[in-house]
Write a protein that binds this ligand. Structure first.
Ligand code: ATP
Length: 325
């Protein structure tokens, strides 16, 4: 029987935190240990790696975390990792601790850091952890479900008061470069206007006409869901109020969308993808990212994954428009 190569995994979370990251950390740690590997937890993303903030984890290190939002490892954005010098330093630190495989839970920026390390000889495995759903190679990213449900519930609440006061409400959700949260909430909350970075034509007059027209037909509220990349919601509210004569308020949901206990879906996907990352590391696969495609967990070459493009599904966009009129 072939002997399994002894391996040491380093695990970090990077970029924006996302609910369900803890489930993924737990799964990577427990499955790696079961498979006979050693695991180092790295705090504060690449920043912590460069500062040698590492500690050995055992199965008890991940007890009582699956239900918690955020990431127990902490996360950060790290400019030094973008430099060749920083990347070489990261590799030296991995070598110093005997880390041959680095598992990176984060978005595509974090994957770029992982790719840079893989080119310098560290096996890098990415797990999609971002509330934005904007990683092209996978149908699902950990954190999205919790974030959209949190946003949806908040928007329902704003809508109640908006109807009572016969107001127009602009509700800003996260998604600076990707409008998936806005699209999903736009459909799920029955918004009258949905402004996505990928689709918005900056024709504010169309929104004004829509509000006036809806009011003529007796609608008491008007909900505009605005992905954060589009202008300044408070200034837009002022302009719309001036143009329509209807009281208009902006609500910026902000960081509350990131927090909170992960939904079952985020715990489930985090667990499956984390366990799968440990399995492929143990099997000796190199430089992969984990993905869900067609309902199955799979892995893809990291460079290929980063070259893929994703756009808002046209039919979903058409439906959002058809149902809001
Ligand atoms: P989110 O989707 O939540 O924003 P992300 O992983 O895309 O997550 P980024 O801020 O883009 O978040 O990237 C996280 C970190 O990854 C950066 O702070 C940096 O340390 C590293 N990184 C990003 N791009 C590169 C790159 N081109 N080369 C090396 N490292 C990078």
């Amino acid at each position: 029987m072939a002997e399994k190569k002894s391996k040491t995994i380093g695990i970090l979370t990077s970029g924006g935190d996302a609910p369900g990251m803890n489930a993924a950390i737990r799964a990577v740690v427990r499955k790696s240990i079961l498979d006979g590997m050693k695991v180092y937890g790295i705090q504060r993303g690449y920043t912590g790696l460069l500062n040698e903030e590492l500690f050995e984890m055992d199965k008890h290190s991940v007890s009582d975390i699956i239900q918690r939002g955020g990431t127990i490892l902490g996360t950060a954005r790290c400019e030094e990792m973008r430099t060749e010098e920083g990347q070489k330093k990261a590799v030296d630190i991995c070598n110093k601790f005997g880390i041959d495989t680095l598992v990176v839970i984060g978005g595509d920026g974090s994957y770029r850091g992982a790719l840079a390390l893989s080119r310098l000889g560290i096996n890098a495995i990415g797990i999609p952890g971002t509330i934005d759903l904007d990683i092209a190679c996978t149908d699902y990213t950990i954190g999205f479900d919790t974030a959209i449900n949190t946003a949806m519930q908040a928007i329902d609440k704003v809508r109640d008061t908006s109807s009572s006061h016969e107001r127009c409400s602009i509700i800003e959700v996260m998604g600076r470069n990707a409008g998936y949260i806005a699209l999903w909430c736009g459909i799920a909350n029955g918004a009258e206007d949905i402004l996505l970075p990928e689709k918005y034509d900056y024709d504010e007059q169309k929104i004004v006409d829509n509000i006036i027209n809806n009011r003529k037909h007796g609608k008491k509220h008007h909900i505009i869901i605005n992905a954060e990349g589009i202008g300044h919601s408070t200034s837009m509210a002022r302009r719309i109020e001036a143009a329509t004569g209807i009281e208009t308020r902006a609500t910026i949901l902000g960081y509350m969308q990131r927090g909170g206990s992960p939904t079952c879906k985020d715990r489930f996907y985090g667990s499956i993808m984390g366990a799968y990352a440990a399995d492929i590391a143990s099997a000796g696969k190199r430089d992969r990212v984990i993905a869900f495609r067609g309902g199955e967990v799979t892995d893809i070459d990291i460079e290929e994954a980063l070259a893929m493009q994703k756009s808002i599904p046209e039919y979903q966009w058409e439906v959002s428009q058809a149902l809001s009129r």
